[in-house]
Design a protein around this ligand. Sequence first.
Ligand code: AMP
Length: 111
Amino acid sequence: MDCIFCKIACGEVKSRIVYEDDKTLAFEDLNPQAPTHILIIPKNHIESILEAKDSDLQTIGAINIAARNIAKKLNISDFRIVSNCGKKAGQSVFHLHYHFLAGRRFLWPPG
Ligand code: AMP
């Protein structure tokens, strides 16, 4: 499968990894939108949250635990996690990922 995040997950494409556990991998975004911009992905290929199966429950939960662990590891208390689902919502890579953003103020509601 020609998926850039699958290639990162298996080490075929290099990335700046900040966190890893058995189900997830987190690495720095190439085009950061905040001083801290990390992508958290499941190691297995899930196209988006819409394509997640009930059997992915543990993996989806692990992504939130990864976010917690990253925040603790980097001593970050204020952050945003967001997942774009679908082209119109801004999704450009079709392997589920959560943006972990920190280090500046964020608007609410988002633009
Ligand atoms: P989205 O637009 O929500 O699908 O987010 C995809 C994100 O992946 C963007 O913020 C890109 O900058 C980032 N990205 C794409 N390719 C890479 C890569 N090889 N390494 C790190 N980040 C990437």
